[in-house]
Design a protein around this ligand. Structure first.
Ligand code: HEC
Ligand code: CU
Length: 471
């Protein structure tokens, strides 16, 4: 069946013919004469290359609707409905004035009818009526990209909010005739809210919870369709001094984003994905079904963190991503800082810890995941803690003396006088609401990767310790 579609739309015929000639009925002739270009779609966060063409074309876009089950969080699965197999759907990139010939296919193995409404279309429904198809069909819809900008597209099949909530959105960039300025890196990121039957990070296959959706109480608010889609080995990357452009959109269906990159100032923000830009912006508001283009230059090495600055979404629902920046330190722009005890206080400077290597073992990877979402807020990403405030877990003599008993602290909390590596602490650690497996995993992770120790705890042992409350 694929071969047949190809006949109609293949080969970038080079018919640069008559539209250059002056003509009274220029519109009709140019339409016929437009060169045909087949759009090469790529998976997010990648984007198709910048357009260098100076003349219009007929751009053929093959977009396939795929219903796929994959991870929404480590160990948590969800059935996504997608444009092109990814959330967000593959980004389409055309030039202002192009004719876009969209071939939408609903795979025979899918269960539901779907369609597409592109916000770049001028006309009722944005193409929704022309493209509504049952599984096993192809719809062809052509429209003219009249206005430049970054536009959301989404499925508009009833119930629309459910189709969008399951991941059916993406973006189409219509470059202005003169093109976009040259940059070193471009990335494609979309935020979406997801409503699952189970709690955040509950394991196994989750189903869509319509009541949570109606109440606008998402279980997940994530970038690019999954908790962790843009962290760890999947982090975005750049070098210091490079110009970075992010095409950022919100699929929704409901939640507006306060989009912010921790540690960067946007040089330019093309507000709402439109023509004009604002300069020197910290946080930009992006509505559901809307977009923004931001540009900035990372100045110093380290991780810049993409967040929805409505912060419980970032820290408790997944709306977090990383841009890992490499390059030389610039102490005049960003110093190392100095911490010293106040005169008369007992505190001594914190001990330093070795950097934490990435884990490949799955159990320890789980421990790292628990650490990164729970302990990191106080004990810091590298486990060094904060001098006089939060004790270190990395190279902690207190931990190393009785690693097994540290599970009690996680289970029941701890307060009062405490000495770690000769430094005094007197504070409160609240009990952590974690299951037995998570506690065993995080203690083993801290033992192995932060204290050169061994994995020492099983979930069954934690279960037993739950019964015994001890200081
Ligand atoms: C809200 C802040 C906070 C969070 C979150 C937190 N801790 Fe703590 N933790 C503390 C404080 C404060 C102390 C010191 C308590 C005292 O003074 O008695 C502490 C002490 C400890 C200690 C004993 C001292 C040491 O440094 O060896 C361990 C072990 C520990 N925490 C592990 C964890 C683990 C594991 C997690 C994540 C599952 C975690 N903590 C999450 C604040 C926190
Ligand atoms: Cu749909």
């Amino acid at each position: 069946m694929r071969a047949k579609y190809k006949l109609a739309s293949t080969i970038m015929a080079i018919t640069w013919a008559r539209f250059a000639l002056p003509s009274a009925n220029a519109f009709a002739t140019t339409e016929a004469a437009l060169p045909i270009i087949k759009e090469k779609l790529v998976a997010p966060p990648a984007v198709p290359p910048q357009i260098t063409r100076k003349t219009p074309a007929r751009v053929v876009v093959d977009l396939t609707i795929e219903e796929v089950e994959k991870e929404i969080a480590p160990g948590t699965r969800y059935t996504f409905w997608t444009f092109g197999g990814t959330v967000p759907g593959k980004m389409i990139r055309v030039r202002e004035g192009d004719s876009v010939e969209l071939h939408l296919k609903n795979l025979p193995g899918n269960k539901l009818p779907h369609n597409i409404d592109l916000h770049a279309v001028s006309g009722p429904g944005g193409g929704a009526a022309q493209t509504l198809i049952a599984p096993g069909n192809e719809a062809i819809f052509t429209f003219k990209a009249l206005a430049s900008g970054l536009y959301v597209y989404h499925c508009a099949t009833a119930p629309v909010a459910m189709h969008v909530a399951n991941g059916m959105y993406g973006m189409i960039l219509v470059e202005p005739k003169e093109g976009l300025s040259k940059v070193d890196r471009e990335y494609y990121v979309m935020q979406g809210d997801f409503y699952t039957s189970g709690a955040y990070r509950a394991e196994g296959l989750q189903t869509f919870d319509i009541q949570k959706a109606i109440d606008e109480k998402p279980t997940y608010v994530v970038f690019n369709g999954a908790d962790g889609a843009l962290t760890g080995t999947r982090s975005l990357t750049a070098n210091t001094g490079e110009k970075v452009r992010l095409f950022f959109g919100v699929g929704g269906p409901n939640i507006t984003s306060s989009f912010h990159v921790i540690g960067a100032i946007f040089d330019k923000v093309y507000t709402e994905g439109g023509t004009h830009y604002q300069e020197n912006v910290q946080t930009t508001m992006v509505p559901a079904g809307g977009s923004t283009i931001v540009e900035f230059v990372p100045k110093v090495p380290g991780n810049l963190t993409l967040v929805d600055h409505s912060l419980t979404r970032a820290f408790n629902k997944g709306a977090i991503g990383l841009l890992a920046v490499s390059g030389a330190e610039q102490p005049d722009i960003y110093s190392k800082g100095v911490i010293k005890p106040l005169p008369g206080s007992l505190a001594k400077p914190a001990a330093t810890a070795a950097p934490v290597p990435a884990s490949s073992d799955t159990l320890l990877a789980k421990g790292k995941a628990v650490y990164d979402r729970t302990c990191v807020a106080c004990h810091q990403a590298d486990g060094k803690g904060v001098a006089t405030v939060f004790p270190p877990l990395a190279n902690s003599d207190f931990f190393q003396q009785r690693p097994y008993e540290m599970a009690h602290i996680v289970l029941h909390g701890r307060s009062g006088e405490l000495v770690v590596n000769g430094q005094h602490y007197n504070s409160v650690m609240p009990p952590q609401d974690l299951n037995d497996e998570d506690i065993a995993a995080v203690i083993n992770y801290i033992s192995v990767y932060m204290n050169n120790g061994k994995a020492i705890l099983t979930p069954v042992q934690v279960k037993e310790m739950r019964q015994v409350k001890q200081q």
